[in-house]
Ligand binder design. Structure first.
Ligand code: RUG
Length: 791
């Protein structure tokens, strides 16, 4: 498509789809018109992909996830179909600026963090590779809450992404399933019959996901909950207007909000309803599609691979058994085997509080037949493995991890370390019984969004040297390695980084009224706020550094801006206290006439995918400082390394693999290893001893305690100071001294700009393995046994 053709298409949509005149159209109108014009270019490859998958009788991959953190879609689509230049020209011809129009799109924030963003990267890679696949999830009316700060404290407001027209989806009222809850189970003619006493309708909304070079498009199908009988006319006629709308309001609750928590399960009935709602609708869709092509259910595992993203869809095990056994009449043992042949489970955390459990009472009340089947599946497993000591149902709880494991062909962790720890800890016994089941699939990120689009300066520099094929095969970045020794290339690389930093500084000045010196090191920690991620270790180091600069204001300090970003779950008290502390420290440090030229702390609110796309290309230093053994993988760490930020990090999650690949000389490693963490925690005095051994640490904690960041109010941050010097479960104090040491190495390295850039180039050159294309290929060969449908 040429630029003039695209321009005409945009104008046509502006006029005939939106009913707007070019003279009065707003940026919003232009965005919608452009989106429709681009979407038109996606529909044909989308249809062609669906037809090809049917024609080839391909095995399909179904990715079931409670979260898809997709962010903006317009730029992704334009880039993947190769229309970026044409779109720029066309918008220019229409008197509009493409970037402004693209930035008008709200983020689709249907996820909390890493798990949801991983699902979005996977969808893009599946389409790029040409694997016939569907993403299945919930079309939340309100995505992740909007974060703002009031006097330093986090405030939450509902997110309203659907108040604007969402141009990318197609509603499919015909693709609807009735999903039941509650009721009872009776035997009828030798079969168990579940009669729910409550039902809602799941209706589908489809978004095409186009792959790189526009060769293949898959579908993201999100379910919305509606009432079976939307409006109670009888109630209305009786004058009960609220009662008349009640069935619809009550049904819609299920797809109303994303649970704003990515580690602790909130145990609410609604959450279990959400899980069953989208899992059941998705499985019915899968079976319907299978039935339309085949009439032999034993073929199911050959044609269907279902990936459970965490335990959230783990009810898929009993649900598929119910469909096969109760509805299709398959023998129970065969139904269990067949379901297991289709299902696989990804574990994303070892944190005990994040491993889902549902009380037998709640499960039995909401899903009585599933509760029966869970007991049956457990019995079958126990019979097969009489020495087994772990049960699926224990102390009145259904353990969803055990259920997911038992009903899966493969169980995977998301980094090498995490997978090994899974074998040794949470799934130790199940792993011993099924030693072939656990496999590792280290996470990855899509290079289209996280390098090509997010960092156009670096991308064109790289493409100018090695051509464009690195976008298809990210490991080709290795060809840049020799250029680390080329001073001309280093200069250009450095210029690109500096320009990204200048752009970010301008953005900060415009939107937050803060001036950041682009010459200063941009030291970035962006992720959910959680004690194990240790944002408080980072801010403690800032406090100690501030104190030290005060001691020697004429010292040779390396100017630094610490940038934080991230949301805390609204009910997570301590995480919110950490946010409050960071903002309070920022207030003092940024207004300190002696130190602020060397050290600033900024915390832009409402961190989301789009903000990450701005921050990562401008970062010099990537903070990956979790307590070893706690971060399953991380994916931000990969995005930073690819974009040439150096990592300061512990040996945790995928940091281990990043450090291996980029080389320890190009990585600032510090802190205890996982076994050292376990040993250290056994000493009840670990925090007190660490504080006693490091006066710098003692002084920083004392400043928090005595009110230096709370106008003298010693009570305000007492819980944090007490935790650090008391329990300190995440061993902030025990790792502080080594963190400080590593940070001073960072300072020294940053002062030698040329050497720093050399290290950064090597990070980019050696991080190509972290493409989600590689991860998806791993799942295809080791887990799904699926292949690309592209020739
Ligand atoms: O915390 C993990 C990250 O380490 C990981 O990179 C990401 C994707 O695998 O998943 C995150 N996660 C874990 N999100 N939710 C959970 C809780 O189950």
């Amino acid at each position: 498509m040429t630029a003039p053709e695209l321009r005409d298409a945009i104008l046509r949509h502006l006029t005939y789809s939106l009913g707007k005149d070019a003279g009065t159209a707003t940026v919003y109108d232009w965005r919608l018109a452009l989106s429709y014009a681009v979407r038109d270019r996606i529909v044909d490859p989308w249809f062609a992909s669906t037809k090809a998958a049917y024609a080839k009788q391909s095995k399909r991959v179904y990715y079931l996830s409670m979260e898809f953190l997709i962010g903006r879609l317009l730029e992704d689509a334009i880039v993947n179909i190769g229309l970026l230049d044409e779109a720029g020209e066309a918008m220019n011809a229409l008197g509009q600026d493409l970037t402004t129009v693209m930035l008008d799109e709200p983020d689709a924030a249907l996820g909390n963090g890493g798990l949801g963003r991983l699902a979005a990267c996977f969808l893009e890679s599946l389409s790029t590779i040409g694997t016939p696949a569907y993403g299945y999830g919930i079309r939340y009316e309100h995505g992740l809450f909007k974060q703002s700060f009031f006097e330093g404290r986090q405030q939450e407001a509902p997110e309203e992404w659907l108040q604007q027209v969402h141009t990318w989806e197609f509603e499919r009222p015909e693709a609807a399933f009735q999903i039941g809850f509650g009721g009872s189970v009776k035997e009828q003619g030798g079969r168990m019959l579940w009669s729910p006493d409550e039902a809602v309708v799941a209706t589908a909304h489809d978004t095409p996901i186009i792959g790189w070079r526009g060769r293949w498009a898959n579908t993201l199908r999100l379910w919305e909950a509606r009432a079976v009988h939307g409006f109670d006319l009888g109630a209305f006629n009786r004058g009960d207007y609220f009662g008349a709308a009640e069935p619809e309001a009550s049904a819609r609750t299920i797809s109303r909000v994303l649970y704003p928590d990515d580690t602790t399960e909130d145990g609410k009935r609604l959450r279990l309803k959400q899980e069953y709602f989208f899992t059941a609708a998705s499985l019915r869709d899968v079976v319907r599609r299978f039935d339309s092509e085949y009439d032999d259910l034993s073929l199911l595992p050959q044609k269907v691979a279902i990936q459970l993203n965490d335990t959230h869809p783990a009810i898929a095990g009993p649900e598929l058994v119910r469909i096969l056994h109760d509805e299709k009449g398959m023998a129970l043992d065969t139904a269990i085997e067949t379901a297991r042949g289709c299902l696989n489970y990804t574990n994303h955390t070892l944190l005990p509080e994040a491993l889902e459990r549902w009380s037998e009472g709640l499960m039995g009340d909401l899903l009585p037949r599933h509760m029966d089947l869970i007991r049956k599946i457990d019995e079958v497993h126990a019979k097969e493995y009489p020495a087994r000591t772990v049960a699926m149902v224990e102390n009145g709880d259904v353990k969803m991890g055990e259920l997911a494991f038992t009903m899966a062909s493969h169980v995977n962790g998301v980094s090498a370390l995490h997978t090994e720890l899974m074998k040794e800890t949470v799934f130790q016994e199940l792993h011993a019984l099924h030693p072939e089941r656990i496999v590792n699939q280290t996470n990855g990120v899509t290079p289209r969004r996280w390098v090509l689009s997010a960092n156009p300066r670096l991308s064109s520099l790289v493409s100018g040297k090695i051509g464009m094929n690195w976008v298809d095969d990210l490991e080709q970045l290795k060809e840049l390695e020799p250029l680390a020794e080329d001073s001309g290339f280093r200069g250009d690389y450095d210029t690109a980084k500096r320009s990204n930093k200048a752009e970010l500084s301008n953005w900060f000045a415009k939107t937050h009224g803060v001036k950041l010196d682009p010459e200063a090191m941009f030291d970035v920690q962006i992720k959910r706020i959680h004690e194990y991620k240790r944002q408080h270790l980072n801010i403690l180091e800032a406090i100690a550094l501030w104190q030290e600069i005060h001691d020697d204001p004429n010292g040779d300090w390396t100017p630094r801006v610490k940038i934080f970003g991230g949301k805390a779950a609204p009910g997570y008290y301590f995480a919110k206290e950490i946010i409050y502390l960071i903002n309070s420290v920022a207030e003092v440090l940024n207004n300190d006439p002696v130190t602020s030229k060397y050290l600033k702390v900024v915390y832009p609110p409402n961190y989301n995918v789009s903000l990450a796309e701005q921050l990562i290309p401008a970062a010099d230093l990537s903070e990956q400082i979790s307590t070893a053994g706690k971060e399953a993988s991380g994916t931000g760490n990969m995005k930073f390394a690819l974009n040439g930020a150096l990592t300061i990090g512990t040996l945790d999650g995928a940091n281990v693999e990043i450090c291996d690949l980029v080389g320890p000389d190009n990585f600032f490693l510090f802190g205890m290893t996982e076994p050292q963490v376990v040993a250290r925690r056994a000493d009840p005095e670990h925090a007190a001893n660490a504080i006693a051994a490091d006066p710098r640490l003692a002084r920083a904690i004392e400043a928090i305690r005595n009110g230096a960041f709370s106008g003298g109010d010693a009570e305000r941050f007492k819980p944090i100071a007490d935790d650090l010097s008391g329990k300190d479960y995440f061993l902030v104090c025990s790792d502080f001294t080594d963190y400080w040491r590593a940070q001073r190495e960072v300072d020294a390295a940053y002062r030698d700009s040329d050497t720093w850039t050399r290290m950064a180039v090597l990070n980019t050159a050696r991080s190509g393995w972290f493409s989600s294309d590689r991860t998806i290929r791993g799942y295809m060969s080791d887990v799904w046994r699926a292949s690309s449908a592209l020739a």
